[in-house]
Design a protein around this ligand. Structure first.
Ligand SMILES: C[S@@+](CC[C@H](N)C(=O)[O-])C[C@H]1O[C@@H](n2cnc3c(N)ncnc32)[C@H](O)[C@@H]1O
Length: 218
């Protein structure tokens, strides 16, 4: 109760002030990008399309955007890549925001946009949706500093599915979250393929990750 009040207050302040130091510098080529490229390469097999629209959900600071960009760019001459992040103005201890960092990571990438917004406000259709570590239980969302009113895994998944005209790749952290993800998919009657453990030599995480592929529009 008290924690949620604190999260609501902090979230309100940062979303409205949008404060950040300017000119963030990070590592453009980083292990997160290499990891994302590798797992997409292992688990998705896109066919070549003239235009490809891709959405990344919950992009954080989008340090891994180049992994997605370089992967999908192989299958199209015109890639449109969008990232959406609800808590884009969260500050790091050095007073740079996720938004400022994301602006650095997407620099120079054509037709790539980072939206500091709620997924529920995203419209249109996407050929591919990448969703790495959605919140399917309340505790991680609370620890992330988000107000509880944003805990709505079913509503978000339903919306993401409505945006989909192709394939969605979901990665969950830990067996418990993967089981909960499965239960949500089944409750919403969304057909899925379970991929089992998702791993990559590029970056090995302490907790095992599990994946799902969801298709529609065939
Ligand atoms: C566990 S983090 C994963 C971040 C990133 N995808 C990664 O793999 O490092 C989940 C992210 O989803 C974001 N998020 C949660 N609810 C959202 C919503 N309704 N719309 C957009 N982003 C949301 C959170 O703020 C958080 O950055």
């Amino acid at each position: 109760m008290f924690n949620d009040l604190k999260n609501r207050f902090d979230f309100f302040i940062r979303s409205h002030t949008k404060f950040s130091r300017k000119n963030y510098r990070g590592e453009i080529e980083n292990r997160e990008s290499a990891y994302v490229f590798d797992i997409l390469n292992k688990y998705l097999k896109p066919e070549y399309e003239e235009n490809l629209k891709v959405l990344d959900i919950g992009s954080k600071n989008w340090a891994y955007v180049r992994g997605e960009y370089n992967f999908f760019r192989q299958f199209t001459s015109k890639l449109f890549l969008d990232g959406v992040e609800l808590d884009a103005y969260r500050l790091y201890s050095d007073l740079y925001s996720r938004y400022e960092a994301a602006m650095f990571y997407i620099k120079g990438l054509e037709n790539v946009n980072y939206y500091p917004d709620n997924l529920l406000n995203i419209r249109g259709k996407y050929n591919y949706i990448v969703w790495l570590l959605p919140f399917v239980t309340p505790y991680p969302l609370k620890c992330w500093g988000l107000p509880m009113k944003y805990f709505m895994p079913e509503k978000l998944l339903k919306h993401a599915y409505e945006l989909l005209d192709g394939e969605m790749f979901i990665v969950n952290q830990g067996e418990e979250e993967a089981e909960i993800q499965k239960a949500i998919l089944e409750k919403l009657r969304i057909p899925y393929k379970f991929l089992g453990i998702i791993s990559s030599k590029a970056l090995e995480y302490k907790n095992l990750r599990y994946g799902y592929v969801i298709k529609n529009g065939d």
